[in-house]
Design a protein around this ligand. Structure first.
Ligand SMILES: Nc1nc2c(ncn2[C@@H]2O[C@H](COP(=O)(O)OP(=O)(O)OP(=O)(O)O)[C@@H](O)[C@H]2O)c(=O)[nH]1
Ligand SMILES: [Mg+2]
Length: 136
């Protein structure tokens, strides 16, 4: 089957804590490819578009505040079953419930500061990659 692509975001907490290299290294060692990569500060408008599905949730304000709080690293990750494979490397949404061996399980404890984002389906991946890597 053809390779999949997905969007990984190394969130501001992970960048601030110097965990970018550790996270990218795990993705590479698994066998996925870092196809395109850049660092940026996401602004409020882009954050609200990225997280549009959560607009009505009680934690939406906190989520947007956090993802815009500092630089992130955006990565187009490609390989066999890249969407579910990246999600399995990340672990559960809540780091406290995420097992050791996963990125969130090894490095996090708070649900907002959960280190990484990964697209949750091939359709989300296509939408999110277009949002952050337009024209690539
Ligand atoms: N405070 C709070 N934050 C939440 C809750 N559920 C999700 N979040 C935050 O909202 C983000 C997006 O939620 P989801 O898309 O459901 O979770 P996810 O797909 O594992 O996380 P992302 O990869 O960041 O999209 C999560 O990464 C959390 O930081 C919640 O119940 N309370
Ligand atoms: Mg999600």
């Amino acid at each position: 089957m053809a390779d999949q692509s997905t969007l990984l975001i190394v969130k501001p907490d992970a960048v601030r804590r110097g965990l970018t290299g550790e996270i990218l290294s795990r993705v590479e060692r698994k066998g996925l490819r870092l196809e395109s990569l850049r660092m940026m500060r996401i602004d409020r408008d882009l954050a609200e578009r990225h997280y549009a599905e959560h607009r009505e949730k009680p934690f939406f304000g906190e989520l947007v505040e956090f993802i815009t709080s500092g630089d992130v690293v955006l990565v187009k990750v490609t390989g066999r079953e890249a969407v579910p494979v990246l999600r399995s490397l990340m672990g559960a949404t809540d780091p406290a419930a995420s097992p050791p061996g996963t990125i969130r399980g090894d490095f996090g404890i708070l649900i907002t500061e959960n280190l990484v984002h990964g697209s949750d389906s091939p359709e989300s991946a296509a939408r999110e990659l277009a949002l952050f890597f337009e024209g690539q």
